[in-house]
Design a protein around this ligand. Structure first.
Ligand code: NAP
Length: 492
């Protein structure tokens, strides 16, 4: 039997991935009454949803985990998805989050009620109100299918990397993969082991660096367990190395030439066919798109039963993907199954269409003209007592988002403390404060490789503005959040 929702809650957390779990844990510890709404049937967020073959994280686990819940038992430097999912489930158990969570409950709409100074929330399991809304809804949660005419007419099987159909056997099939991003480069080499023919459709060649993944030895694990300081040291070491990447990404993109040379060496070593080599050589600066790590991608493409097609996809028919080359020649690629590694809707998040602020308009309407923006990427003028974790310009191209999430959650705790101390019931950042902050972030992004590296990516919105990434070191973001300054907010 499902528990009824509470009618009112102090802090309502939406989502139970890394962001939702950290919020639930820390807000509870700070003495707040917390309820978590999770649309799925378990915690884990993106690590519950993405189950495609070989799904793993390319940030080392000793850093890609909570500082308050170290796991000395990580089996590999880059943990596979089942292990990260298991870790998050363990965290939920250890910190008592499940008791506070309503599973199978999706937020349909939330509107700020100015008279009552609270959020009125409509969910698939009924209505409730909340003093504070903390959104851990994630930036990479809404799968996107390519806008290709005829895709809906395809008679074979189609699924996205984020909705993998494990009941579908790919053995002996003619399979197509659309996309060559972080997801596709992980699952396609696994698909190639099963398929009789694999056709990979590449729109933009990715930069690929060697994947330095290794098993963490029993001895190392025993050490981390017996001496927690050793694991802290390992974490700090990984953090420092990753932070140094910012020198290339944001300070002096020309530094990336050294990394490009390393990527080219991998390519030269793994691909001997000059035609294939030309096709997979990127024509923009490394780092402009997310840097991919793989030792298996190029060897997979070099296999005789794998084709790499770089011609433009113009149509999907009942049984084929149709491309047109530079001379206008059409080719039909017959396939049984179509796998979409085509990414997520990042710059137009679905939750923004479900939130209504003080003026009754949705957050998506607020953002329609200028793109996503928030103060500290976390709070939004006209949307009181709303905290959007991993919001605009808080993404990272170089290190662990878990670090950012923890800093944000601490800031939420400080905000609620400041409100209580000042005796105010609601806060929303002043428009001028948000505008100045955002102008500064946009200015700092100008020379970075993400903006100036000569590519298009999901970091940029439809107007070419980078509304996703933080422009600097992650510790610089942490510094921004160290203090909560009530005078920067409108209060009631
Ligand atoms: P993605 O990076 O957005 O890649 C989508 C791919 O689909 C791109 O290669 C894109 O080509 C291609 N594409 C999209 N529409 C197309 C069309 N109409 N025709 C042809 N190609 C099309 O998505 P993702 O691979 O799912 O990764 C998303 C993010 O999730 C990553 O950047 C990363 O932050 C995270 N992630 C991390 C890991 C990890 O830790 N290892 C693994 C998976 C995902 P273009 O490049 O030309 O746009």
């Amino acid at each position: 039997m499902t528990r009824p929702l509470p009618t009112h809650v102090g802090a309502l957390v939406v989502g139970s991935g890394f962001a939702g779990l950290a919020s639930a844990v820390r807000l509870s510890q700070a003495g707040h009454q917390v309820a978590v709404l999770e649309k799925g049937q378990d915690v884990g967020g993106t690590w519950r949803v993405n189950t495609y073959p070989a799904c793993a994280c390319d940030v080392p686990s000793h850093l890609y985990s909570f500082s308050f819940a170290p796991n000395p038992s990580w089996s590999r430097t880059f943990s596979p998805q089942p292990e990260i999912f298991a870790y998050l489930r363990q965290v939920a158990d250890d910190f008592g989050v499940r008791d506070k969570t309503w599973f199978g409950t999706e937020v349909l709409a939330a509107a700020w009620d100015g008279a009552a100074q609270r959020w009125a929330v409509r969910t698939t399991a009924g209505d409730l109100t909340a003093d504070v809304l903390v959104l851990g809804t994630g930036g990479l949660s809404e799968p996107v299918a390519p806008k290709v005419p005829g895709l809906e007419t395809f008679r074979g099987t189609v699924f996205h990397s984020a909705t993998w159909d494990h009941d579908h056997d790919l053995t002996g099939e003619r399979v197509a993969v659309i996309g060559t991003g972080a997801s596709a480069i992980q699952f396609a080499p696994e698909v190639a082991k099963l398929a009789s023919r694999l056709t990979v459709f590449q729109r933009t060649a990715p930069w690929i660096l060697p994947r330095r993944d290794r098993a963490i030895s029993r001895l190392e694990r025993a050490l981390f367990k017996a001496v927690p300081a050793a694991q802290k040291l390992a974490r700090a070491g990984i953090y420092s190395v990753r932070e140094s990447w910012i020198l290339g990404f944001a300070v002096r993109p020309a530094v990336m030439k050294a990394a490009e040379a390393q990527a080219r060496r991998l390519l030269a070593k793994q691909v001997s066919d000059p035609e294939l080599r030309a096709k997979v050589t990127p024509d923009y600066r490394l780092g402009c798109k997310r840097v991919l790590l793989s030792n298996t991608w190029y060897p997979m493409l070099a296999q005789p039963h794998v084709d790499l097609v770089t011609d433009r996809i113009v149509e999907v028919t009942q049984s084929a993907v149709v491309t047109v080359d530079g001379q206008g020649r059409r080719a039909e690629h017959e396939v049984d199954t179509l796998l979409l590694g085509t990414g997520f809707s990042v710059t137009d998040p679905p939750i923004a269409h479900r939130l209504r602020g003080t003026d009754g308009r949705t957050l998506a309407e607020h953002w329609a003209a200028g793109g996503m923006s928030a103060y500290h990427g976390l709070t939004i003028p006209g949307f009181p007592n709303l905290f959007l974790l991993t919001g605009p310009n808080t993404g990272l191209g170089h290190t662990s988002i878990v670090y950012i999430i923890e800093r944000q959650v601490e800031h939420v705790v400080k905000a609620l403390q400041a409100m209580a101390a000042a005796g105010v019931r609601s806060i929303a950042p002043r428009s001028d404060v948000r505008a100045a902050y955002n102008a500064d972030v946009q200015r700092r992004l100008q020379g970075t490789v993400w903006n100036a590296g000569g590519c298009s990516s999901w970091y940029l919105d439809a107007n070419g503005r980078n509304t996703t990434l933080w422009p600097s070191f992650s510790f610089a973001y942490a510094k921004e959040l160290e203090e909560f300054r009530l005078e920067e907010y409108e209060t009631a």
